[in-house]
Each structure stands twice: as structure tokens, then as C-alpha cells.
Design a protein around this ligand. Sequence first.
Ligand code: ADP
Length: 354
Amino acid sequence: MKQRAARRRSRLFGLLRAFRDAAAALPDALVAIDGHQHILWFNAAAGRLFGLLYPQHLDQRLGDVVALPGFIEWIEAGGVDALADVAAPGDPDVHLSLRLIPYAEDHALLLGRDISQVLRLEKVRRDFVANVSHELRTPLTVVHGYLDLIEPEQIPEFESILRELRNQSRRMTQIVEDLLTLSRLDAEETLPETRVAMGPLLRTLQRDADGLSRGRHAITIELDGEHDLRGSPKDLYSAFSNLVSNAVRYTPVGGSITIGWHSGPQGGRLGVRDTGHGISPQHLPRLTERFYRVSTSRSRESGGTGLGLSIVKHVLQLHDAHLDVASEVGVGSSFTCIFGAERLLQPEILAEEI
Ligand code: ADP
């Protein structure tokens, strides 16, 4: 009996050592902590990336020895969402994605994954798109410029070809401009912030919609709340006018479009509602992906680039806001930009009102 128990114990120890050796050899940083965040164990990668020393840091509180902004608060909140892209305290050239994985009763495993290579590749992709778009801009401007010099009516035998050439070169120019806008927004962490007066902005959007629609739709504005927005006027205008242009392009003649701004203590909502074709539910989660279109032909015919909603998403992210889409096929769509209360500004009191 005794011998069998000893054999089993030694087998268990062997197994435990093998697990520890395997975990120690992982390239990802691993730190086991108890319910009071005391360090129970860590592997070699955690030592290197978090700057942990063995055995000095064992039994120390993780938050006291790992110096990362917002780290303690993140752990105390249970580390529910991954903490993406943090510079490793032990090696600032390495970028980590952190996750907290609960195990046993109240223990947790801190997992730090080196994502430097992924981020580098992402930057290469971004730079490539920006460079290609930039390089295409000049030749396209030249082609477009020459095409504009020729009046199709002057050469009747090529009239339809010339018109098609003009359309396509205009489309290409728009795609390149949209890609450049996206590259700029991608590279930006913050945007310039000033007062965006919502009353005048809504009236400009209505004028734009009227210009695009040329009397084919009923276009109204709703202004409910006096607040303005704090943000980048140019980018917010670009996002909202994308929604307005979509509403006009995807609403058949005779339909109606409402552009509304509602603000209150909870925050602000800029909504564009239409009685257009609508979108079936399976497309809704993918609408803001680059070049995602519900119907490629309908988008092309209406002069779309497939990048509009992607721009909207990026602009809103940079304003700590998000897009909500509700739609029903054959009934219409409603695109709402939702801003937190911290983005609202009280109305400006003009000198003559004092
Ligand atoms: P596009 O330039 O093709 O309009 P967007 O990124 O602006 O690209 O929109 C993506 C797709 O979402 C569109 O191709 C269209 O299918 C759909 N969509 C966007 N807005 C509306 C709308 N108001 N009504 C119906 N479909 C829409």
C-alpha cells in the first residue's frame, strides 16, 4: 500500500513538474495570482516582460510590482475585457495584449501575449493603403482633368463612352479620397476639438440632401435640445453627410428622409431616418466593414464607394460615440450616432442676448 502511494505521489509530482515546465516554456507571459492579487507563480516570459524577479516578487501584490497605467483598476474590475496594446514594463519595445482568466475558487491567471508583430503588420498594411491611394491621386487628377475638357456632345460617336469614362474616373477619385480619409482617421488617436453648432449643421445637411435629391424626396429636420457637440467639425460633417447621402441614394423617389438632433442630460443623438429599401438583419453587423455592400450593383449605380459607413464608424470612435442601425426591408432604415453627455456643450450665449 505504502509503496503504491509513494509511486502515485512521485507520478503526481512528475506530472506537476511537467505542467510547470511546459507553462514556463510558453512564449506568452503567465502570472498566477490569488484572490488578493498576490503572485503565486510566474513563468520566464512574465519575468522578462513584466520585469518580475524570482523569488523577490512572489507573494507581492501584482499591482504593486507591475507598473502600468490603469492596470490596478483593470484587475480590480475583474479584467473582463482584454487590455489591448500596452507597452511591456520590462521591455517597452514589446506590445502586449493582457487577459485575466479566472480559475479555481478565486484565483486568476494573467496572460500577456506579445502582439508587436501583429501591430507591425497592421502598420505595414495601413501604410501600404495610404501610399497606394496617395500615388493614385495625381494620375487620376490628370485623367479626370482631361476628360472634363472634352464635352461628350462635341464627339457624338463617342458620347456614351466619354460619359462612362467620366463617371468611372469620378468614382475612382472618390474611392481614393475615401481611402485617404480612412488612412488619416486610422492614424489619428484624437481629433481637433471645437464647438460644432448643431442647428446650422442640421440646416447644411438638409441643403445637401435637397441638392442630392433634386426634389425626389421629402426632406425634413427635427431639432430637439439646445446642446452643441464638442468635436472635429470637418469630420463630424463628413460622417453625418455620408448618412444623409446614403439615405437619399437608397430611398426610391417619393420617399421621405428625416435628419434629427436630440440632446438631453443622457447625451445626444444624430439620426438619419429614411423610408427606403431597408437592409435585412444578416447584413447589419457587417455594414461598417470596408467595401461591404448589401447590393454591389445598387451601390455602384448610385455612385457609392462602399467606404462611407466605415468612415462614419471611425469618426464616431474618435468622438467616443457609436453607430446604431435599425432597418426593415421595404420599410426603411434609421442610422443613429450616439454621443455621451460629456461630448455635449451648453448653448453659446451671444453678446446681444446678455
Ligand atoms: P456605399 O458607398 O456602397 O453606399 P456605405 O459604406 O455608405 O457604402 O454603405 C454600405 C452599404 O450599406 C451600402 O452599399 C448599402 O447596401 C447599405 N446602406 C447604407 N445606407 C443605407 C440606407 N440608408 N438604406 C439602405 N441601405 C443602406
